[in-house]
Write a protein that binds this ligand. Sequence first.
Ligand code: ADP
Ligand code: MG
Length: 680
Amino acid sequence: MQNQTHTDIRYLKGVGEKRAGLFHRLGVDSIDALLHFYPRAYEDWSKVVSIASAPFGEPCCIKAIVSRMPSKHLIRKGLTLYKAEVTDSVSLMQITFFNNPYAAEKLKEGEEYLFFGRVGGQLGRREMASPLVEPAQTGERIRPIYAQTQGLSSRVIESCVAHALALRKDELNDPLPDALRQEYSLCHLRFAMENIHFPADEEALLRARRRLVFEELLTLQLGLLRLKARTRTQTALQAVQDYSEAFFALLPFSPTGAQRRAISECLQDMRSATPMSRLLQGDVGSGKTAVAAALIHTAAKNGLQCAMMAPTGILAEQHYHTLEGFLGPAGIHCALLTGATRTAEKKEMKALLTSGEIDLVVGTHALLQKDVVFRRLGLVITDEQHRFGVGQRAALADKGGNPHLLVMSATPIPRTLALMIYGDLDISILDELPPGRQKIKTYAVGSRLHQRVYAYIRKHLDQGLQAYIVCPLVEEGETELTAAQEYAQKLQNGPFRGYRLGLLHGRMKPKEKEDTMRRFAANDIQLLVSTTVVEVGVDVPNAVVIVIENAERFGLSQLHQLRGRVGRGRHPSSCILISDAENGQAKQRLQTMCETTDGFQIADADLKMRGPGDFFGARQHGLPALKIANMVTDMEALKQAQEAARGILQADPGLAKAENAGLRQAVERLFQTVGETGLN
Ligand code: ADP
Ligand code: MG
């Protein structure tokens, strides 16, 4: 069965090399993956309306006979219009196609079709422009709409899915045990697969969806609970003595109440025989690094080694310098290990790690290499958690005898939601900023103020300070990229002639990105034009202005993260949101940004206003991407799945029973993809 489900998509009828390549772009490589490639929406062709009663301007489906064949009209060079007339025996309607002889030629006079589209025109002279057309006999149903890619339309995907279903239908083994399905009244996988792609009716679609959502969330929860259980095996690596007061005495500032609380929560975990598994959440600037330093200090004084992992070399370096600054004076031996570390140096460092002479090593995923061996690894910290997969977190933890684990994240998430998502972690929150922090002034302006904004930036650059301009890409494709490049060119040749500009975008290789960031950090670049990649933060305290173009395209939480790039030094900083959005909601969102700098408040507002799609859209949580479930609207299902997962694991902790074999496979498959793709 295993081999069958992983059959390469090329073996599917109608899929050759070229289409297989296109499917690959959508993340679909096997027939099984295609079945799990769920529609992103549906078109209801099952509710046919008459021409007279068709809603104006809304998508609808009309069944009508072609009463006049399409005629061709040359409007101007390059624009051909095809006009036909159809009737539902009561009214007439005109159908038009632009530059689409193929669609027009399919229509035969006297034949009946379904036309799906928006009705326009005047009363008594209805028309439908560029409708989708299907023969009347086969078309009356709810039709799936798939995410498409250039060269692979939703319709083609639909027919491939139909083939795949026909091929596989009878072999679909349901991973959910019968008893569980009954308990939660869930339909069989076969029914779910058929009806999620080709719903018999609305009710069948809902049943199919509910079941698939449940299965997905159950798999997720089972995986998380098992991870938690694994990290919860006993450890001998206890930090019995609390040295935090001694550490505080070393600091040039006194810790905030929130920092003290978080440190004491962590140290309590680290004292016990059950290893810590904790998420430290705090807004940008809340002082997470100092918390980490306090824990490292106490761990080291208790004879434990510590490892801190950052997503990029430059971030690792920054952490290293900050931590070394805090900890060096306390006699704690720190080291930095990244891909850029020279071979000889690496070798020496590895020896010192093995002998236990290094107390703290800060590094990138280079730390995960097999030959990095610790003498007594007691504390593992990962920064910017969303860049690491759950699997990698576990891999680093596996390097010791169940070390304590702290995950730091700067993405504020409402607490209830965090509890669900980080099902495998306890949570500490830094909900207080150090005193005296200057608020970042935020302004929302229209694009007609561009020249003034540029002048404002120049004024700061002239004082030796730096700035960011962020221009969003709808999707990081060729054309949009060119747009970013062109924009940077335009700035360089125009308002910023003579200034040192740099461009940073998602298509650059990691090495190129780092080089650019490094040059910016060194003030070699004064103005950094960037797509959203500056989000993952390198500290450049000298950068004091961030301008965000088309700000309405970002989610609030993302805007907040971006804004956090400035205001990191002693200079007053500002954030300028440029947008010409007219709609009230977009305006209100930008207004929220101007009014508050509290990340948690913003996260709440974001969820309320835009919904979870945006919030979790960017895979910010390091968890497997969910294919169908939605963390907020499917809250009820999530609760049920959690309850079911607990019950299942209680009865069968290893998922070893025959009836749970399918579930175990599903969990392994889901979490394996995390291990592979978690680091980007
Ligand atoms: P985060 O990583 O949470 O964004 P950092 O740890 O980088 O924040 O801290 C931001 C800045 O605040 C650093 O310069 C740090 O030294 C300083 N800082 C941290 N804690 C305090 C405190 N309690 N009082 C004053 N300054 C602090
Ligand atoms: Mg930080």
